[in-house]
Design a protein around this ligand. Sequence first.
Ligand SMILES: *[C@@H]1O[C@H](CO)[C@@H](O)[C@H](O)[C@H]1NC(C)=O
Ligand SMILES: *[C@@H]1O[C@H](CO)[C@@H](O)[C@H](O)[C@H]1NC(C)=O
Ligand SMILES: *[C@@H]1O[C@H](CO)[C@@H](O)[C@H](O)[C@H]1NC(C)=O
Ligand SMILES: *[C@@H]1O[C@H](CO)[C@@H](O)[C@H](O)[C@H]1NC(C)=O
Ligand SMILES: *[C@@H]1O[C@H](CO)[C@@H](O)[C@H](O)[C@H]1NC(C)=O
Ligand SMILES: *[C@@H]1O[C@H](CO)[C@@H](O)[C@H](O)[C@H]1NC(C)=O
Ligand SMILES: *[C@@H]1O[C@H](CO)[C@@H](O)[C@H](O)[C@H]1NC(C)=O
Ligand SMILES: *[C@@H]1O[C@H](CO)[C@@H](O)[C@H](O)[C@H]1NC(C)=O
Ligand SMILES: *[C@@H]1O[C@H](CO)[C@@H](O)[C@H](O)[C@H]1NC(C)=O
Ligand SMILES: *[C@@H]1O[C@H](CO)[C@@H](O)[C@H](O)[C@H]1NC(C)=O
Length: 603
Amino acid sequence: MKSSLFAAALGALAAACASAAPSPADPFDFRQAALVYPRMNDGVAQGQASLVGNGQCRNSNGSSLSGYQPALYTESVRPQIHFSPTVNFMNDPNGLVYSNGTWHLFYQYNPTQNVAGNQHWGHAVSTDLYHWKNLPIAIAPEKEGEGIFSGNAVIDFENTTGFFNGSTPKDQRIVAMYTLNTDTSQTQHLAYSSDGIHFTKYPGAVISRNQTQFRDPKAFWDEKSSRWIVALALSQEFGIVFYSSPNMKDWTEVSRFQSYGILGYQYECPDLFQVPVEGGPDDGKMMYVLAISINPGALIGGSFVQYWVGDWDGSKFTPRDNAVRTMDFSKDFYAFSSWNNSPGKKAYAIAWANNWQYSQQVPTSPFRSIQSLPRELTLKYYRPTPQFGDLILNNRPVNLSAIHGKTLYKSENGNSARNQTVNLSGQGAFDITATFKLPANANITYNTIASFEIFAGDGKQSVKTGIQMGEPAVAYIDRRGAGQSFAAQNPFFTDKTSGIIRYAANYTTASSENADQYVLGPLPPSAYLDSTDQAQYIKLQAVVDRSVIEVFVNDGELAGTSVFYFDNDQIPSKVTVSVGDNKLQLVDLEVRALNSIWSKCKE
Ligand SMILES: *[C@@H]1O[C@H](CO)[C@@H](O)[C@H](O)[C@H]1NC(C)=O
Ligand SMILES: *[C@@H]1O[C@H](CO)[C@@H](O)[C@H](O)[C@H]1NC(C)=O
Ligand SMILES: *[C@@H]1O[C@H](CO)[C@@H](O)[C@H](O)[C@H]1NC(C)=O
Ligand SMILES: *[C@@H]1O[C@H](CO)[C@@H](O)[C@H](O)[C@H]1NC(C)=O
Ligand SMILES: *[C@@H]1O[C@H](CO)[C@@H](O)[C@H](O)[C@H]1NC(C)=O
Ligand SMILES: *[C@@H]1O[C@H](CO)[C@@H](O)[C@H](O)[C@H]1NC(C)=O
Ligand SMILES: *[C@@H]1O[C@H](CO)[C@@H](O)[C@H](O)[C@H]1NC(C)=O
Ligand SMILES: *[C@@H]1O[C@H](CO)[C@@H](O)[C@H](O)[C@H]1NC(C)=O
Ligand SMILES: *[C@@H]1O[C@H](CO)[C@@H](O)[C@H](O)[C@H]1NC(C)=O
Ligand SMILES: *[C@@H]1O[C@H](CO)[C@@H](O)[C@H](O)[C@H]1NC(C)=O
């Protein structure tokens, strides 16, 4: 289906940004604030406010939650730490923008059915990227047959649009850009808000091309050329087209990024954003990444995201090389989008954790689909092979300490060399992290596997993840045993996925002959990695949340996201951590319960 889209908007005037927005070193150092946004009311009529209590517990369409039985957000398959709408169908994240302490998450939403269609922009806000508060629908279509498709949002600090007067603080001037979909066209439109809740549509299209496959604007203030830039997908021409504008209303085409990577059937959701380099002498330096979502046509079926690291000169994106890279090896990570205006030179992003191959059939009710964990992105230097250097997008969950609950098990320093089983008691969401050691010169077998098996309450159904050692080592997710009634029936619910684990790479010192830290491609023979006589350590983290598992290897060097559906309303109840042929050692294990982000909605 021609669905999704999204886009976001990056920075804004750098100077204004630095002076107006607080930029704490770590914006997640604080717990959930009682008030998300001082100028923001709940969007609920005064008289109704007492009925709904905490605004977090309002319906995604803005109505009161009272009367729902069972209470929403308590359903057995409902993830407890991932964002989902109260009822009905959600897809792409949209309008991701940070404004004065508040992270906005808009999303593609059908408020009337539990399948895609009738697209609106739903809305939620957070102060820590985990605890979300539902707000009323932000942007709705006006006519039967029209849809408000994906797009993104920027902060118009300097009022370039002319939409704001002096009563709206500079860092709260939110302008959304979205695609209006009709039977005969896809055109690009603006809507703006002074209170972060209510949006006013700017009349007429700001970009149109007599095109039915032209969508997902991602706008940002470009510091290099001092103007707005927007990336849009010419979906079925496999083109990303860039436009520039002084005011977001008058746009001029400036360049194209055409026919790169895996084409599939459609390009969607382009996102050009800046990411800090992590480690080495260029630590903290920002570089550009262009991400494109493809649907269908992923090599493992359906929807996936590919990206390029490259240079942006103010008009044109030039990738550093022609290789396709992906940031998630599994099947349920699509419509990736980054937050605009993130504080502290950091990059944060989220994706829709599902796949169009089955997203409208998955057995969840009364809602369908969740967003992934929020991810913190960096660019890190790795070796995909011992002889090759590469700069990859590292992708790990935003600091989970905001939702950490009880520690269910913890061991360190080799005290848990044997297999361990830990009961998972809590609300169905857990963070399981282990470090495994392969001693030097161990002779590995096919079964030199370290794994987590997460069981449902019946002790039979399970979802697994693990690492098989070798050259290279690979990580996998296996959801085949997680409930036959959906998995076995659906021809596209690919049950096993895997990805290659890269080798750690040391940064060369500036004085060495190979001073370019970010060399791409073959390394000189003197730099070949020799792992003989060295023990290898691998860290595996699984965040499991009732019906989704997200796996991270070596703190985000590799990530995989899979939804799964246990039969009979079961939730995760036990994890067994094991090593296949006892060549690997389990040196560290920590299992923590994660606290539901929706607990305030329970009576
Ligand atoms: C996460 O946040 C906690 C609490 O602020 C802090 O102690 C911890 O170091 C942070 N962890 C990471 C990996 O940043
Ligand atoms: C909001 O959604 C609920 C549940 O689908 C529905 O009963 C209610 O009528 C909707 N309210 C509005 C204002 O659309
Ligand atoms: C931004 O948020 C802070 C803390 O909530 C508040 O004190 C301040 O007034 C806000 N700034 C503006 C410009 O509204
Ligand atoms: C924003 O621009 C509009 C149109 O030019 C103008 O009327 C308004 O006063 C401006 N607002 C501010 C805060 O400068
Ligand atoms: C400024 O803008 C706000 C929000 O759009 C509006 O409520 C207010 O009336 C405007 N003030 C003036 C002086 O135009
Ligand atoms: C728009 O495209 C349609 C279909 O290709 C074509 O029939 C029509 O003439 C085009 N309109 C304009 C104004 O170019
Ligand atoms: C784990 O749970 C099972 C079943 O409820 C129970 O029999 C067992 O004693 C528990 N184990 C631990 C270590 O608490
Ligand atoms: C690995 O295999 C080699 C060749 O068979 C043998 O010499 C060596 O002792 C083995 N290493 C270990 C740790 O078992
Ligand atoms: C990286 O450097 C450290 C310290 O110099 C060394 O111990 C380690 O073996 C190196 N790792 C690799 C993969 O070269
Ligand atoms: C650990 O579990 C694996 C697989 O379940 C099994 O093959 C192995 O023998 C177990 N090791 C120990 C020490 O119990």
